[in-house]
Design a binder for this molecule. Structure first.
Ligand code: 5AD
Ligand code: SF4
Length: 349
């Protein structure tokens, strides 16, 4: 057995990995065996089916100033937009007509969306559609999170960005709170959300040990979803001159996360597709099982610029949807229109 296989098997069985073994995997030049190990586990759990989430980007306003993100409040070169309840519902309707059963409402931290407005939106979606709703709207207070859950929100994505406090404050201003981010993630789980954490790969000042810490958070928190992709510089941010994350590192981490939890919902992200035209396909072959195409219109996406050269992943009509399926078929996969709830038992061992 190769050392790679040995490490993968051992990690899969024990859900523990030493830093030395993690480093070995991350330093592989040929990581096809690692990708295959993860891919086989994915196929064992999900077959060749890829869950589809309809992504609705509801707001490009954000009160925060993360140093890496184009939506940061201090970026005055951006035309901002936000969707009203009616506009959101139109996109939900479009997604529903395509047979999509999960809608992801994503946006910056935008106080325009008061808790009452959000509950109203949620109520309309839940009473008119048989759809899972995922929220990805940044940190909100625990009361809000509880109410949103009561009104039917099913899942919540909140990337932790880094599990190293020192690193956290190298990529976020001190007004933001590392401890609140982590506490919110634990609260989301406690409230019964299918919870997603995640991080950028290759973010400025990130060291290999930080990614090992991220993995250990994943093993501890046991999120049902993990969102990760490469850091990509945005020209109107303080990090404009940093290089983007390496696709090889992203593909290795994706596989390692899959081995950590064979049932985890793991999207091949837009950022991955943005640094490599085949990035999302490679992600799937490394163990991803979710795609999150944008629902809605191209004009709007132009404004949703977290980083430069963000690719379009729109599906607006059934043709786009068939095209997506064709792309997947080329690598032996196909779209699943199941709701795609987390089916693990919450324990990783
Ligand atoms: N490159 C890659 N990902 C980014 N995000 C924000 N800015 C960038 C960037 N420049 C990610 C963050 C955030 C999510 C909404 O998008 O991880 O949580
Ligand atoms: Fe706002 Fe999220 Fe961008 Fe930070 S990463 S500036 S919280 S949209």
């Amino acid at each position: 057995m190769t050392r790679t296989l040995d490490i993968c098997n051992n990690f899969y069985k024990t859900k523990k990995i030493s830093y030395e073994d993690f480093k070995f995997l991350m330093e592989l030049t040929d990581f096809s065996e690692l990708n295959k190990f993860a891919r086989d586990l994915t196929i064992k759990s999900f077959g060749n089916k890829i869950y589809i989430r309809g992504l609705v980007e509801i707001s490009t306003y954000c009160k925060n100033n993360c140093y890496y993100c184009g939506l940061r409040n201090a970026n005055k070169n951006m035309t901002r937009m936000r969707l009203t309840k009616e506009e959101i519902l139109k996109r939900v309707e479009a997604a529903s007509l395509l047979g999509i059963k999960t809608i992801v409402l994503q946006g910056g931290e935008d106080d325009f969306y008061s808790i009452d407005y959000l509950l109203d939106i949620l109520k309309s979606i839940k009473s008119n559609y048989d759809m899972a709703v995922t929220l990805s709207l940044g940190e909100r207070n625990f009361d809000d999170l509880e109410k949103l859950k009561e009104f039917g929100a099913n899942r919540f994505l909140l990337r932790h960005e880094t599990y190293d406090e020192e690193h956290y404050y190298k990529i976020h201003p001190f007004e933001m709170s590392f401890s609140n981010r982590i506490e919110t993630l634990y609260k989301l789980k406690e409230l019964g959300y299918q919870t997603g954490c995640g991080m950028m790969i290759g973010s400025p000042y990130q060291k290999l040990i930080n990614l090992y810490e991220d993995l250990n958070l994943i093993l501890k928190l046991k999120p049902q979803m993990v969102g990760l992709g490469p850091f990509i510089p945005h020209h109107d941010t303080p990090f404009r001159d940093f290089p983007h994350g390496k696709i090889s590192d992203v593909l290795k981490i994706l596989s390692i996360v899959r081995i950590a939890n064979e049932k985890v919902l793991l999207p091949a992200t837009t950022a991955l597709g943005s640094i490599d035209s085949e990035g999302r396909e490679k992600g799937i072959l490394a163990g991803c099982n979710v795609l999150m195409p944008n629902i809605g219109d191209e004009k709007l996406r132009q404004k949703y610029r977290l980083y430069d050269n963000k690719i379009g992943t729109e599906v607006e009509n059934s043709d786009d949807f068939l095209n997506l399926n064709e792309k997947l078929k080329k690598i032996g996969y196909e779209i699943s229109l199941d709701r795609g709830d987390y089916k693990g038992d919450g324990r990783y061992v």
